[in-house]
Design a protein around this ligand. Sequence first.
Ligand SMILES: [Fe+2]
Ligand SMILES: [Fe+2]
Length: 251
Amino acid sequence: MAERTPTQARQKGRENGRPGAARTRPRARGKTVGFDQIRKDPEVLALIEGADLALEAIGFTDHGIRHIARVANRAMTICRALELPARDRELAGIAGYLHDIGNSVHRNRHAQSSALMAQRILSRMGMDPAEITLIMAAIGNHDEGDGEAVNNAGAALILADKSDVLRQRVRSSTPMLTRDIHDRVNYAATDSKMDVDRPGHLITLNLSIDTRVSPVMEYFEIFLGRMAMCRRAANFLNCDFSLVINGVRLL
Ligand SMILES: [Fe+2]
Ligand SMILES: [Fe+2]
């Protein structure tokens, strides 16, 4: 399928009535489950911790509560900055909190296992099935291997998750030069900010990278696919996507 330009994507988005347009949702048939309820749920917290322990055992960067909280908060910040409906913002936060729990089962296909596990948890809480479906689609589509933005919460989740490259995520104590490239690039990233320019329809990821630790080229070597996914997610939200590293606009 030919790729759409941002302008075409925005036009297509408008035709589809997104984002934030008054799309007709089925009438609520359950409780309004809030972000705070998810954040404090003991089962959710145990699954986040268990998923992180499993990933630590196979050498992955931090996927624990700090990653989860940053992703959920950034996803909600993006929705707020774009003035999306308040409920979309809350659903993005809930999706952010639950998006990686499937790593407690296996890293492979964790987006889909997370979605199915979220379905059971949210059903237990009595959430409206239409909202559960939306969250499942957002979570099940967050991985760059096979995911795409399919709703506002999902687009915000992709942007928040794929931009979480940060020194604090590295837990390896191996000497710098022998570190895995993912550890090296994360360690080199000393700051990560996302700016949302709603009137200008532009979402910008601003990264500070210590090039003594890792050259910028290494960032692209492993994260080009993620940046392309961010661009498509931004397009879904009627925006362009820009990447600025050390003050230089690269995308
Ligand atoms: Fe993930
Ligand atoms: Fe994640």
